[in-house]
Design a protein around this ligand. Structure first.
Ligand code: ZN
Length: 101
């Protein structure tokens, strides 16, 4: 996944009167075939933040293990709550280790 696609998929930037708000998007499937998108405010920058400052804030969130982890087998970056454990994404746990969900 390219960097931009990745940012589009997981981040939402909203600028209001006073702030630039950076949200993390998470998609879950409480029921099969009905994806539900939830957004969570992660950080707030001043309203007049430039693109560089916004990108830096996004970079920091991506590097934060509380939010994102890299699978040790496929090297994909995943939302930490979508990982099977700290090392494996669910797809690898399933395909390579026979874990069933
Ligand atoms: Zn994986």
């Amino acid at each position: 996944m390219s960097k931009n696609t990745f940012v589009d998929r997981y981040f939402k930037i909203e600028i209001d009167e006073h702030h630039t708000n950076i949200y993390l998007k998470d998609i879950s499937w409480p029921e099969p075939f009905t994806p539900q998108e939830s957004i969570k405010l992660i950080t707030t920058l001043p309203k007049d933040s430039n693109e560089q400052a916004i990108n830096q804030a996004i970079e920091d969130i991506i590097k934060n293990e509380e939010y994102f982890l890299t699978c040790s087998e496929c090297n994909e970056l995943n939302l930490s709550n979508h990982m099977f454990d700290n090392l494996l994404c669910k797809a690898c746990a399933n395909n390579n280790h026979g874990e069933v969900f």
